[in-house]
Design a binder for this molecule. Structure first.
Ligand code: ADP
Ligand code: LRH
Length: 457
């Protein structure tokens, strides 16, 4: 007897619909539809093409065929506003849009309430940028992206917990909306729908249950980290690198706030203790500027380049917005214009940023992970995995590539009673059924310590 589930997973660079077939101790995963996620600038604002994404999701669900349930996850922090009739008020704005420039610096320290890394685009700052606009005044409800898509499928309104935890407006201690903070910031309390938890039934789409999962993609990715120990570290590697640990309790110390570490809400009450590192975004942007050359060829050429010759500090917000990434990297690193050299610079710098974030996470949380799991699209990048092992001094266990979709599927399967147990049981199933590649560190930290000194970190 097998059971089929469909995961809709929207990343910042692409979306996919993935079918998971659960048998007796088996799990087969197939990407049935993949589609581009291409933002659109209109009227000076960078938007998500949300209807195109919704259509991609519908096409994928049609290809998936009959399933026991559907779950939706996406990137965090962004939202749509709907009016009292349920109509969407404008296209959701992309978190890389400039409307939040300077806002975070004008707002008091929210860390003691939200425990969240201060990123200029956290929902709270986006809302402060939008407050007072006609759209904001006309809104009846705020829906985070996966909640908006689920609303279109089912007609049901709610705010899934793991994604709500990225708004900056959830109380890290209670797991509910931080009402006093919302009032204090002058934001409209009536916009925020009731929280729902991963595993809860949202509603139905043409008779098929739609189930809440860890709708923040990183929450779902961490569910599917194939760890066999309680102390492990991870990099969820895609457009962003989310580098950190899974904890039982948040870390809210001054040192943690100063290091800008986040305490996001995870599945089963866990805490994702991590920092956003710029990730593969700079490379994605360069590749776009170069007219999308073959990635495998580019990475092979980068692997032949001299190690650590050119470095940038990838934590610099300079690299956050889109446009002229090649120019910004060349100026910051004094780089020549060869794509292979620039690619090597980005990957060396990314491995160095992984090293730094991981060292800080370990120190701040007092943890001693024995291995580093690298999941997501970056697990396909052998050079990045090898450099990350060398830079961190930890064995890198790479895969699954589709960890996010897997975490989404596993939470649905558990809600349906097809699999049982805690996160350890779900992870054991990932270990038994998915391919994982191990990269041993070379064990020479000296070049990396020198590189860290060079970028002043
Ligand atoms: P997101 O969810 O943020 O959209 P993904 O997890 O899908 O990101 O990862 C996308 C990244 O994976 C790309 O930017 C690319 O660098 C990397 N990637 C995808 N396919 C390959 C490949 N065949 N070889 C190396 N890297 C790859
Ligand atoms: C990764 C991610 C990350 C957020 C960012 C906006 O896709 O969800 O966890 O910080 O996008």
């Amino acid at each position: 007897m097998t059971h089929r589930f469909a995961a809709v997973d929207l990343g910042a660079s692409s979306g996919r619909v993935v079918v998971g077939v659960f048998g007796d101790g088996t799990l087969d995963v197939e990407v049935v539809h993949r589609f581009a996620n291409e933002p659109v600038r209109a009227g000076g604002t960078l938007h998500w093409d949300i209807l195109r994404l919704y259509q991609g999701m519908l096409d994928g669900l049609a290809r998936a065929g009959p399933v026991d349930s559907i779950g939706i996850d996406s990137w965090a922090v962004d939202y749509g506003l709907i009016d009292a009739s349920g109509a969407l008020l404008g296209n959701p704005v992309h978190y890389r849009d400039a409307r939040t420039d300077g806002i975070a610096d004008r707002v008091r320290d929210l860390y003691p309430v939200s425990g969240l890394q201060k990123l200029p685009f956290n929902t709270v700052y986006q809302l402060l940028a939008a407050a007072g606009t006609p759209q904001y005044r006309a809104a009846a409800t705020l829906l985070m992206i996966p909640d908006l898509l689920a609303y279109w499928l089912t007609g049901e309104i709610g705010a899934e917990y793991t994604n709500a935890s990225t708004t900056g407006l959830l109380d890290v201690r209670t797991g509910n909306w931080a009402w006093p903070l919302i009032a204090d910031l002058g934001l409209r309390a009536d916009l925020f729908p009731a929280i729902r938890r991963p595993g809860e039934l949202i509603g139905h789409f043409r008779g098929t249950p739609v189930v809440a999962v860890g709708s923040h993609d990183t929450a779902s990715a961490v569910v599917a980290v194939p760890a066999d120990q309680t102390s492990f570290a991870y990099v969820s590697s895609g457009t962003w690198s989310l580098v950190g640990l899974e904890l039982a309790q948040p870390v809210l110390s001054d040192a943690s706030r100063e290091a800008n570490f986040t305490n996001e809400g995870g599945v089963d009450g866990t805490v994702r203790y991590l920092r956003n590192v710029m990730g593969l975004w700079p490379l994605q942007e360069c590749v776009r500027e170069w007219g999308s050359p073959d990635l495998a060829g580019l990475l092979a050429a980068a692997a032949r380049e001299p190690a650590l010759a050119y470095l940038v500090d990838l934590d610099d917000p300079l690299f956050l917005p889109p446009g002229d990434m090649v120019g910004r990297l060349r100026t910051a690193a004094g780089l020549p214009g060869e794509p292979a050299t620039i690619t090597r610079c980005v990957l060396d710098s990314l491995a160095l940023a992984h090293r730094r974030a991981l060292r800080q996470a370990r120190e701040l949380a007092g943890a001693t992970p024995g291995a580093l799991h690298l999941v997501g699209g970056g697990a396909r990048n052998e050079l990045l995995c090898r450099l990350t092992a060398d830079a961190t001094g930890l064995p890198v266990l790479a895969g699954p590539v589709e960890a996010t979709a897997l975490g989404n599927l596993l939470v649905q399967a558990r809600a349906a009673g097809v699999v049982t147990g805690g996160l350890d049981a779900l992870r054991a199933l990932v270990r038994q059924t998915q391919q994982i590649v191990r990269y041993e560190p070379r064990g020479d930290d000296a070049p990396w310590a020198a590189a860290a000194a060079r970028v002043g970190r």
